[in-house]
Ligand binder design. Structure first.
Ligand code: BJW
Ligand code: ZN
Length: 260
C-alpha cells in the first residue's frame, strides 16, 4: 500500500462534501463471499455464468439456478461485514454526504450500518415471483442441513403459482430504474468517487465512474489487482478492501489531528 497515495486520498476526502463509494465483489471477499472473475477463487472459475446468471437459464433449468442461488444466500447469511465495510461507516462521520452504490447482492454494507446503499444488481434476500413480480418473504433462517448448491425446486408464488426467482439482475435484464437513476445523480454530484473491489467489466454500472469524472469528481480506486479502468482513475491504491479502507480512515483522522 502506498503511504503517499493514502495521505493524498485522505486529504481529498477531508475537503470533499459529497463522496460516493462504488463497490464490487472484492468488497465482500474478505468476508468469505467469493468474487466472480478472480482466476482461482471466483464463482465463474467453477460455474458457467451462461447456465446460471441469465433469465434463459432460469427458464431452462429453474432447479439448478434456484439451488445455486440458495447456496450463495446461505453463504451471505453466514458472512459478517469485514473491517472494510465498517471503515465506510466511519468515513460517513467525516464527510457531509456519503452514498454507497454497490453491485453486490449481499447485505453486508447495510449490516455494517451504511445508509443509503443503492443496489444496482439486486439483492439475494429479496426474491420475487418470476410471473407477477410480487415479493416472496424468504426469511433469514439458515437450515441445519448444509445447503451445498444442489438442485432445489423454487417455491411457488402464493398469488399466481409462478416460480419464485432470485432477486438479482441477470445479464440482459434492466437495472432497477430508481436505484440506477439515483446512482447516476450521485455520480454527477460527488466531489470524490471511490471504487472498491470491482473489475469494472459489467455495464451499465461500469460507466458510472466515468460519468462522475466528466462531471468533475476526483477518482480513487482500491483493488489488489489492476483493472481495465485503471487509466481513468486519478489514483489507484493496490490493496484489499479490509486492509486499505481502515488505513485510509486512520490517515484521515491523523491529518485532522495535525491540521486541527
Ligand atoms: C478485491 C479483493 C479484496 C478481490 N479487496 N478488491 C456495453 C454497454 C452496456 C451493456 C453491455 C455492454 N456490453 C455488454 C453489455 C451487457 C451486459 C454486460 O455488461 N456484459 C459484460 C460482461 C460485457 N450487461 C447487462 O446485461 C446488464 N443489463 C443491461 O445492460 O440491460 C440492458 C437493458 C436495458 C433495458 C431493458 C432490458 C435490458 C445487467 C448486468 C447484470 C450483472 N449481473 C451480475 C450477476 C448478478 C447476479 C448474481 O449475483 O449472480 O452482477 S454479473 C456479476 O458481475 C455481478 C456483479 O455485480 C458484476 C460485477 O462484478 P464485480 O463486482 O466487478 O466482480 P468481479 O469478480 O468481476 O471483480 C472482483 C474485483 O475485486 C477484481 O477486480 C479483484 O481484483 C477485486 N478483489 N479481492 C478488494 N479483498
Ligand atoms: Zn406471482
Amino acid at each position: 500500500m502506498q503511504a503517499n497515495d493514502l495521505i493524498s486520498a485522505a486529504e481529498r476526502l477531508r475537503s470533499a462534501r459529497r463522496v460516493v463509494v462504488f463497490s464490487g465483489a472484492g468488497m465482500s471477499a474478505e468476508s468469505g463471499i467469493p468474487t466472480f472473475r478472480d482466476a482461482l477463487t471466483g464463482l465463474w472459475s467453477r460455474f458457467d455464468a451462461e447456465r446460471l446468471a441469465t433469465p434463459e437459464a432460469f427458464e431452462r433449468d429453474p432447479e439448478l439456478v434456484w439451488g445455486w442461488y440458495e447456496w450463495r444466500r446461505m453463504k451471505m447469511l453466514r458472512a459478517q461485514p469485514n473491517p472494510g465495510h465498517r471503515a465506510l461507516v466511519d468515513l460517513s462521520r467525516h464527510v457531509a454526504q456519503l452514498a454507497v452504490i454497490t453491485q453486490n447482492v449481499d447485505d453486508l454494507h447495510e449490516r455494517a450500518g451504511s445508509t443509503p446503499v443503492l443496489h444496482l444488481h439486486g439483492r439475494l434476500n429479496e426474491p420475487r415471483c418470476s410471473r407477477c413480480a410480487c415479493a416472496y418473504p424468504i426469511g433469514d433462517q439458515i437450515p441445519d442441513e448444509p445447503q451445498d448448491g444442489r438442485r432445489l425446486a423454487p417455491p411457488r408464488c402464493a398469488r399466481c403459482d409462478g416460480a419464485i426467482r432470485p432477486g438479482v439482475v441477470w445479464f440482459g435484464e434492466a437495472l432497477p430504474l430508481d436505484e440506477f437513476e439515483r446512482a447516476q445523480d450521485a455520480a454527477m454530484q460527488c466531489d470524490v468517487w471511490m471504487t472498491v473491489g470491482t473489475s469494472g467489466l459489467v455495464y451499465p454500472a461500469a460507466e458510472l465512474p466515468l460519468r462522475a469524472q466528466r462531471a468533475g469528481a476526483w477518482l480513487l480506486q482500491i483493488n489488489p489487482q489492476m483493472t481495465g479502468l485503471d487509466d481513468h482513475y486519478d489514483t489507484c491504491i493496490a490493496g484489499t478492501a479490509a486492509a486499505t479502507l481502515p488505513a485510509l480512515i486512520t490517515a484521515l483522522q491523523d491529518g485532522a489531528r495535525i491540521s486541527g
